[in-house]
Design a protein around this ligand. Sequence first.
Ligand code: ADP
Ligand code: MG
Length: 369
Amino acid sequence: MAHLQLQKVGKSYGAVEVIPGIDFEINSGEFLVLVGPSGSGKSTLLKMIAGLEETTSGKILVDGEDITHLDPSARDLAMVFQSYALYPHMTVKDNMSFALRMRGEDPSEIDRRVKDAVVMLDLGGLENRKPGQLSGGQRQRVAMGRCVVRNPKLFLFDEPLSNLDAKLRAQTRIEIRRLHERLNATSIFVTHDQVEAMTMADRIALLKDGKLQQIGSPQDLYLRPKNTFVATFIGTPEMNLLPGQVEMIDGGLWLDGSNGLHLPLSPERQSKLANAMKPGVAVKVGIRPEHFEMVPAGTKGAMEVRVNVVEWLGHEIFIFGQASFGPIGVRVPEGMATAPAANDVLYIRPISDRWHVFDAASGDNLLVE
Ligand code: ADP
Ligand code: MG
């Protein structure tokens, strides 16, 4: 286990600044998922931690010790890549024991550790095969085994599930999390997939253009997104963002006037909002697809939606349609008396307090610090 600190860690390739300077900490025993779109700097950051890329500025500390410019082999961490990077001419056993043999560990100790890892990763019977004789999922487990035997302080994963099919990905997610618990490890897991981030993380760090957008538990990012980028990156189908102006009229809150959309809210939230909002400022109201309720036709303050597409998923139904505010996505529970169909017209209203207000210019959430 290790406690990791990044202090203003920056990276430039020549004159191009890829990461301006990032600060965060990973607690001992934590599983942190670094997520963001392709090109946001996730691999670069991980490689700086591993020592595979030179750090341009700032400091990386492990358990208080500055490792910023230490040789990768002196860092006591192990990395699993998307490509697995196994030696094709070596057997499973030799691939797994390679680093230990290079380090000159005692052969009986190496044997013991490899045997443990084989059991832990369910690779029994495959010890003498070469990578070419294994499935993608098995190769991935060998790559993990190679890290496990080294008993490192810190595990780094760079999109290790990308080459697996959807079912195997879901299984391997659980296996990696279990491995993390069993080994009492500290792990950083990189992915571009928000579902992997939500399902695996103790905490998520969301990156965009080399900058940290938000760090927190999956619940934090989902329920209290700091800006429109976080709000729409996490959650699928994505949060609806309705443009307009929010006003208090006759004690009720409305988007686009009293003929627009009524936004139900509790008295507690009302005073918070009154402090945060400036009159006449353009906003975007963010509402997740599951945070609407259906209301009868003609209900004042409801939003009229003409249905374009219906996705039936068994336990839930997604409806994509058109409202006066623009395109809209709505989730309705399975078991509605009559499921909507294309060209139907529905009336929906946001559920009280389950909506956000973002500054239209900056994208900042006006109700989340
Ligand atoms: P991610 O892993 O999030 O997809 P990367 O860390 O690989 O992103 O890349 C972040 C940015 O750094 C990208 O814009 C990429 O083009 C740039 N980059 C990565 N490696 C190099 C390099 N060797 N030289 C120049 N730019 C690079
Ligand atoms: Mg990458």
